[in-house]
Each structure stands twice: as C-alpha cells, then as structure tokens.
Design a protein around this ligand. Structure first.
Ligand code: SD4
Length: 327
C-alpha cells in the first residue's frame, strides 16, 4: 500500500512546477517539496468515466498501472451500450464485429491483436500475446486460435441493436463516418501508478461499416498507443488512417521528450495531420491524449466534441473537453 500522494523533491527547476494540477512559480518550487498528483488515470471519451472507476480501484490500492489499464478498458469492452468497443460494437460492412487492441507497460513490453472476432476482451488477449509469446502482434484467425487455446470463450459480439443499425446502414451502404458519432469511441487509457510507472491500453471495434479486414491505429504500437516510462504516454482516437500516417502516439511522446507539455505535444501532432491532409482534416475527427512523467496531462483534437476523463486523488473522475483545432 502506498501513500495517497507521492512527494517528490524538486530542485533547481526551470520555469515552473506542477502542484495539484496548478503551475506554481519556480521561485516557490525550488528547494521545497512539491506534491505530484499520482496515481492518475486518463481515458478517452465519456465512457472513460466508468473505465476509470475500474482502473482507479487498482491504482488506489497501490496496484500496477498495467493491471489498472487492462481492468479499466474491460468495462466498456463488456458493455453492449458502448457501440464502438468490444461486445455490442458496430460491425464492418459485411456484418462482422472485428476488434483491435493493444497494451504497453513501463518496460516497453507490448502486445496487440488486430482483426479479432468473437472474443469479448481483446485487451486481455493482447496482454497474453505480450506475456506468453515471443511476438507483439497477432491478427485475425491466428489471434482467435491463440485466444481459444488460452481459455477465452467464443461468442457472438453482434447485439440485436448493432445488427439493426447495420441493416439500416445497408439500405444506402454509404460509407461516410459522422464526426464524433458512432465511429469515434475507441477507449484509449493511460495511467501512472503510485510507483510512478506508466502503462496504457487501447481497444476498439474500429470504424463502423469499415471494409472487412480493415485495421485501424488502435492495435498499432506507436499509432493508437505509446508508452515510454522515461517520458510519458499517449493514446489516440478518431480516424485511424490519419493517426497511422503520422505515427501519432509515438510522435506525441517524442514531442514530450523534447520538453513540450502534454497538450502542446497533442496540438503539434494534430497540426501535423492538418498539414498532411488540409482538406480531409476538416471532415474527420482525431484526438490525442497524453500524460507525462510529472503527472501533467493534456489533450488536443481536430474538431470540437472530443472529451476525456481524468481520475486522481485531487480530481475525482471528471470529464474534460479537449481543445480543438477547428472552431
Ligand atoms: C480506428 N481509431 O479504428 C479507431 C476508431 C476510433 O473512436 O477511434 N474510434 O480508426
């Protein structure tokens, strides 16, 4: 069991330091104890609130960030009302619910599954790939076989509600993802535990009505998720193709390594997308969420409407609107 807050002695700081989420002038920070607000967990979108509750139970008991992020994202994976993660997720255009997920810990261990069908908790399969195989990523039939061989249960993930919506969509079969609606609810979760170690998890049913076989950014280490325990962690949500194109989450972590704040790092990554795809970026959503080693966090997105949930001792599970590029 750890203390509720971690006290870090900060000396000879630069211009500022963080205390309970507030910036205090360096004159005060120097040579004095400053409280850093961790453990902490952050998740994308409103369903992040429920997911954070699950993660927090583990973090608050002194548990590992890795266990917390897995337990946290399993909540929306199992919730049929979350229509873009796990059970109840909207299917591809052929009616298959195909799932992508990945997980990464403080030692750069990582595991991933892509294009996985019939398993409610792809995040746990991803963790098993990480822990039980010499590989990082398993896909499709092979990932399913691996899951079944390791005791996961095969089930039908297509709920009557999602089937109904898919049949409605089939009437026009028009592939036009609507910004912030139905197709942008991947859960990306990043956390720092009481020991100051970082981990992350990302899981999704991907873009609704995608082509059969399509894989997005969410299972790709460096795109949908990246963790570097020396620097910070980042995760992404939105149109995966644009996140992959810029290796989004890795970019955000590298920008933090260069000294950018989490929000600035997310903003620069979003601006990179705009620069690469000036026209397309107006019609899609992408959001990044980041946490650095000091427990500072931030987000940035293309369009209004992206929010994230944060849970720490001083902020008991609150939803925050991400700042956005287009107004
Ligand atoms: C994907 N990034 O498959 C995912 C979709 C998403 O919220 O974020 N949904 O491209």
């Amino acid at each position: 069991m750890t203390t509720r807050r971690n006290f870090i002695k900060m000396t000879a700081l630069g211009t500022s330091a963080l205390t309970f989420g507030k910036i205090i002038p360096s004159a005060f920070a120097r040579e004095q104890k400053t409280e850093m607000d961790f453990p902490i967990v952050l998740s994308t979108w409103e369903h992040g609130l429920n997911a954070n509750e699950g993660a927090w139970k583990i973090l608050n008991a002194g548990g590992k960030a890795l266990d917390a992020v897995e337990a946290g994202v399993k909540i929306p994976e199992a919730d049929p009302n979350v229509r873009s993660v796990g059970y109840g997720g909207l299917p591809d255009r052929d009616g298959h619910v195909t799932l992508d997920a990945c997980i990464m810990d403080e030692n750069s261990n990582c595991g991933s599954v892509a294009f996985l069908e019939h398993i409610m908790h792809p995040i746990s399969v991803a963790r098993m790939v990480m822990e039980k195989t010499p590989h990082i990523m398993l896909a499709g039939e092979g990932a399913l076989q691996f899951a079944l061989n390791n005791g996961f249960k095969k089930m039908n993930l297509l709920t009557p509600e999602s089937e109904k919506d898919w049949k409605e969509w089939l009437k026009t079969s028009e592939y036009k993802p609507i910004i912030n609606i139905e197709n942008h609810d991947t859960i990306g979760m990043i956390a720092m535990d009481a020991q100051g170690n970082l981990s992350g998890a990302c899981t999704t049913s991907g873009l609704a009505y995608k082509m059969h076989g399509r894989v997005g950014d969410s299972p790709i280490i460096g795109a949908g998720l990246y963790v570097d325990n020396e620097v910070g962690a980042a995760t992404a949500t939105g149109t995966g193709e644009e996140v992959i194109r810029i290796a989004g989450s890795h970019l955000v972590v590298e920008l933090m390594r260069q000294g950018k704040t989490p929000e600035d790092a997310c903003r620069i990554a979003v601006e990179r997308i705009v620069k690469k795809q000036p026209q397309k970026s107006k019609e899609i959503q992408v959001g990044f969420l980041a946490l650095n080693k000091k427990g500072e966090y931030g987000a940035y997105c293309l369009q209004k409407g992206f929010n994230y949930a944060v849970y720490s001792k001083s902020i008991a599970n609150k939803l925050i609107d991400g700042r956005h590029y287009y107004s």
